[in-house]
Ligand binder design. Structure first.
Ligand code: NAD
Ligand code: UPG
Length: 372
């Protein structure tokens, strides 16, 4: 479709009203009042929840952003075609259902052998479904710079997509200083995300494994060690807290993506190196559960144990890959009766946890807010 270059973006449709889609869309809507943002999701319940005052996930400041923008230029819908077709004279949504179904399928090729193949595969699928007047461009715009919020990477496929990149950049330029808006080729962008997350995961893993097995063996205090080590500006103070293992939706997946990439590139030694980050992380969780068992006189069978906190980190209700899952599973396998409570974990997650804990324990439910 012939479109004048650098025509400003007026509409954005985000597919997937989850942890990435909603915060990103809410920020764009609040920073760009002239852009109409619609978030669509396959789950009617989720869309209804976003349209209500009981949002399905917690993120500090998100509810406030949504209350300012929802119904103004931020919309939640199950209609995969309407938001774009009704308003857009061009672009991805102009067409029919098949178009967006394909886009969705392409965007969610979670079984693509490697993250790197995703943009190319998406582009191929979209191109195969193009109709006259509709042109698709795939950009890589990974979300991974959580601690560098004033920075954003946009990238297009190596030899194409530059026009689309030039149209996307001004959207972020509303709140990101120009010098911190980085454009690069797609493979650099994808690899940046993998490497950044893998290095952070490696650091969190190493922090938990500070030899010799933290302070336990030596009498050292792990927080004091972290303070001293982090005072070296080359190392820095962040990500040095020993924990029972890293969790979350990205770290393990991204490290394993890197492992796979190394294997494909015939770099088995490098692959094993990164794989050991995940292995150590698993070990750390089992070690923690074993320590509980040992401390409770080598058996937890029939013992009632309270688990305070279930999300993978503080200030979130996200339980994906939470280390608590492995710890609880190990304790349940050993016959413990668990009582799990996390005030931030809500909706489906909490229901599951409550059902689990009801089945496994006769303790009364704590009232909301009574937990630390
Ligand atoms: N969570 C992160 O921090 C993070 C960071 C970078 C990239 N990612 C990637 O971004 C993607 C989304 O991650 P997330 O954490 O937001 O996941 P999520 O599970 O919170 O959200 C995904 C949403 O997509 C919806 N969905 C699934 N299939 C759909 C379909 N066919 N049509 C419309 N909606 C559909 C689901 O109902 C869900 O609400 C994933 O591919 C993830 O790997 C996540
Ligand atoms: O000193 C530390 C710091 C973190 N963790 C653990 O590491 C995991 C990940 O923490 P964090 O990175 O804060 O959370 P995520 O939301 O998973 O964020 C990561 O993954 C996101 C998705 O790719 C990126 O946006 C972020 O930049 C990247 O840090 C959590 O289980 C933490 O408890 C530690 O064990 N010790």
């Amino acid at each position: 479709h012939a479109r004048p270059p650098h025509q400003p973006i007026r509409r954005i449709c985000c597919i997937g009203a989850g942890y990435v889609g909603v915060p990103s869309s809410a920020v764009i809507a609040s920073k760009c009042p002239d852009i109409d943002v619609t978030v669509v999701d396959i789950s009617a319940a989720k869309v209804a929840a976003w349209n209500s005052d009981r949002h399905p996930l917690y993120e500090p400041g998100l509810s406030e952003l949504i209350s300012q923008t929802r119904g103004v230029n931020l919309h939640f819908s199950c209609d995969m075609i309407g938001p774009l077709e009704a308003r857009s004279p061009y672009g991805l949504g102009q067409g029919k259902a098949a178009d967006l179904t394909t886009l969705e399928a392409a965007a969610r090729l979670r079984k693509a052998p490697c993250q790197f193949e995703l943009p190319r595969a998406s582009a191929t699928i979209l191109r195969a479904n193009e109709r006259p007047g509709v042109r698709h461009t795939v950009l890589s715009n990974p979300e991974f710079l959580a601690r560098a919020p004033l920075c954003r990477i946009c990238s297009g496929l190596i030899d194409e997509g530059q026009e689309a990149v030039q149209r996307l950049v001004p959207v972020y330029a509303r709140w990101v200083p120009k010098e911190r808006l980085v454009t690069m080729n797609l493979w650099s962008s994808e690899l940046s995300k993998l490497v950044a997350n893998a290095m952070l995961a490696q650091r969190a893993s190493a922090a938990s494994m500070r030899p010799p097995q933290s302070g336990e063996a030596t009498g050292a205090d792990v927080s004091e060690v972290a303070l001293a080590v982090g005072a070296d500006s080359r190392i820095g103070p962040r990500f040095l807290c020993a924990s029972l293992g890293f969790g979350g939706s990205c770290f393990q997946k991204d490290v394993l993506n890197l492992v796979y990439l190394c294997e494909c590139l015939n770099l088995p030694e490098v692959a094993r190196y990164w794989e050991s980050v995940v292995t150590l992380n698993q070990y750390q969780k089992y070690r923690f559960a074993d320590k509980i068992i040992v401390d409770l006189f080598n058996t937890v069978k029939g013992k009632r144990i309270a688990v305070l906190g279930f999300a993978f980190k503080k200030d979130t209700g996200d339980t994906r890959e939470s280390p608590a899952i492995d710890v609880c599973r190990r304790l349940i396998d050993e016959g413990a009766l668990l009582r799990v409570y996390d005030p931030k974990v809500c909706w489906r997650g909490s229901l599951l946890i409550y059902v689990l804990s009801f089945l496994l324990s006769s303790w009364p439910l704590p009232s909301r807010g009574s937990a630390p």
